[in-house]
Design a protein around this ligand. Sequence first.
Ligand code: SF4
Ligand code: SF4
Length: 415
Amino acid sequence: MLGTRGDIEIFKVDFRLFDEVVTKLKEVGLDPRDSCGNSVRNPIPCTSQFCPYAHINAEVLSIFIGDYFRYKSEYEHPLLPHRIKISISACERACAVPVAQDIGIVAKSNGKFDIYLGGGIGEHAFSAKLAFTDVDAEDVLPICVGVAEVFRRSNERRGFKWVVKLRGLDKVKEEVLAIAREVKPKLPKPPDLSPRFIKSRIIKVPYPTGWVTANELIKLADVADKYGFSYVLLFNNQSVYIPIREGVDKIEELSNYEIKSPGPIYPEGPITVACLGNELCPPGLIDTTSLGRKIHIHLSRLNEPIRVGVSGCTHDCGMSWIADIGLEPFGSKTRILLTIGGTPTALGFVIGTVDPKDAELVVQALLDMYRGSGVRGVRDFVTKVGIDAIRSELAKHVPSFRPPDKDIGVVFGPD
Ligand code: SF4
Ligand code: SF4
């Protein structure tokens, strides 16, 4: 399965072969370390080497930060109380979704960085806050180490976002900076981060809800070998991007897909992103794959850059809160929280809840309203039409729709 952090998840590995599988992955440079669990996860960069807007080489910065933390036991379970997620966007368009990260790094045109702290969308949604602005490249890793240290010492098992919430951003900034100053002389200096733009064109092959067979991946790898650079790009949207060498205008093997100029990943779509759901994930409350696939039929008819995110529980691995339309189930008598208008820099607005049986219908109704409004862009649609008007319309068309009641704030607050 293509995940939402540029990863590939391999299921149903026979546990007797587990070590052998991991060894084979490492042999081809795919170390699964820090892809899950309580650790400083592998940072996710935007695809800056294939985007003309990039101010820096986000991939190089991501490897630099990730390599620093890898195999450092003080930043792993059991010493780290929860995971830390980092993303790097190479320009202000922020395709790597800083709003939902513990540390969201965004490069600026002046050669410096903005750093957002304390975001997170699993188990209570928090928007990351702009904590540091105009940060020099050589201070980025010290700040990341500062965050990891403050968090490790806090022992806050619900995540760094709660440390920011409970202590306040100013206090956390002070603590992070004090540690950053102390550790900076001992840390490696950043590599050359100048942007590296690889002239190419791109084919995007989306896999709505994420599932892809090994044979399909082999086919895409063959295309990358024959027409591109012998590699593909993965990002946060369950799609495979194949950079193609200039001058190639037609690819027989993927004739249904357009070869596009390289550019920003966001806005994107139509795309339906879904987590594993209850078929394979113990906390899952709904079958995200079937729901996502049904929804995708309606979405692809609209053929607009709209992202739908479907999660199986409040951990929100389907990133519903930053999707144009997000569905996140909760509760012992499962209801689905509906959010709309999320972006990489702003969480979606809470619209209300529906029964799982009405989840497809509510998305259909929303898409009809959106299309009828004439407004382009889902966040603009919400602000122009108004949340109350959207709620009243949904109440007419979706039997189980309910606007938020007081319980929702408790489950999903505070942002
Ligand atoms: S537009 Fe998006 S992909 Fe391109 S550099 Fe900016 S953040 Fe990265
Ligand atoms: S069911 Fe929950 S924990 Fe499992 S992948 Fe989906 S959101 Fe994550």
